[in-house]
Design a protein around this ligand. Structure first.
Ligand code: ATP
Ligand code: MG
Length: 281
């Protein structure tokens, strides 16, 4: 099956899933603003014959690849769904129904029910918001630098927590909940904010908006589990912690999957593999 690959050309990143020389599934990532890198990677592997392709930038990638191989397009939600099912099984999860929140450049939210799935909503707040705000507010645009700084930052002096408002009183809701993301800035006038604290606070904002929305959909669909995927979570324990804490506090079960940035690419690969098997048989 080394002749088949799956590609997810997303808003920010292009993910490729392929079978390596050890016959295991492997992954590689390219920036979506330079498709020539994807083309070079494919061209240096002449054994690749068939490509399953998905993602919003499919047309733009096709324009660069031209018709160099047999390429099959798969709708992004179908590919993601297939990839999620595969990773759930691989990670040993048994989930009948769940909300899937795909934190890509933006965030797309789906409801998975057995073999069916439906898009229930989304928000423009996602990984692009994280890197965009980080760049404007701190000058740091590198994703790894953003996440490693955020991990050692504190939100205390920037966010306003419920306990800050209800000082000396019993708050009506849990005191450590965020009352206002960035809401402490103008209350603690003239405070200096460290880069790492700003980055931690941006992650808090992004994570909490997405979790709040995901929980509302989970409650609407009466389901317990919320599966969070997308490259924004890659090596980003801090954001996962923000999301997990809030999801658990709201009595839902967060599920994080290894390789969660690659669900679309995995789905596109599996789809193409299944197709070629059908043709063979
Ligand atoms: N190496 C990286 N370079 C840039 N961003 C990264 C990197 N690794 C992780 N990210 C984060 O992942 C986000 C993109 O996630 P993902 O690849 O799931 O989205 P996408 O598929 O490109 O976008 P969409 O699905 O919305 O079209 C970025 O916005 C950023 O926050
Ligand atoms: Mg995507």
């Amino acid at each position: 099956m080394q002749n088949v690959i799956g590609i997810d050309a997303g808003g920010t990143l292009t993910k490729v899933a392929y079978i390596n020389e050890q016959h295991e599934m492997d992954f590689v990532v390219f920036p979506s603003n330079d498709f020539s890198q994807v083309k070079t990677w494919i061209e240096s592997r002449p054994h690749i014959e068939e490509i399953g392709l998905t993602g919003g930038r499919t047309k733009q990638l096709l324009d660069v690849l031209k018709t160099m191989k047999s390429i099959q397009y798969l709708v992004e939600f179908e590919a993601t769904f297939k990839g999620v099912k595969y990773l759930l099984k691989k990670n040993g999860h048994q989930v009948e129904n769940a909300i899937i929140s795909n934190i890509g450049t933006g965030t797309s939210i789906h409801y998975l029910d057995g073999e069916s799935h439906v898009r229930v909503g989304g928000t423009g707040v996602g990984g692009g918001t994280l890197t965009g705000l980080a760049t404007i507010m701190t000058g740091i645009s590198d994703f790894d630098q953003i996440t490693s700084n955020a991990a050692v930052g504190s939100r205390e002096g920037i966010d306003l927590f419920v306990k800050d408002i209800f000082k000396g009183m019993e708050p009506p809701i849990e005191g450590h909940l965020t009352a206002s993301n960035f809401g402490n800035v103008n209350i603690l006038e003239n405070a200096e904010h460290k880069t790492k604290d700003l980055l931690a606070t941006i992650q808090g904002l992004v994570g909490e908006v997405i979790t709040t929305l995901s929980i509302q959909f989970a409650e609407g669909k009466n389901c317990d589990s919320i599966i969070y995927i997308g490259s924004t979570l890659t090596n980003n324990e801090h954001l996962k912690q923000v999301i997990a804490n809030y999801t658990i506090l709201k009595k839902h079960t967060p599920i994080f999957l290894n390789d969660c940035g690659f669900t679309g690419a995995i789905g596109a690969l599996l789809y193409k593999v299944e197709l070629s098997k059908t043709v063979e048989s």
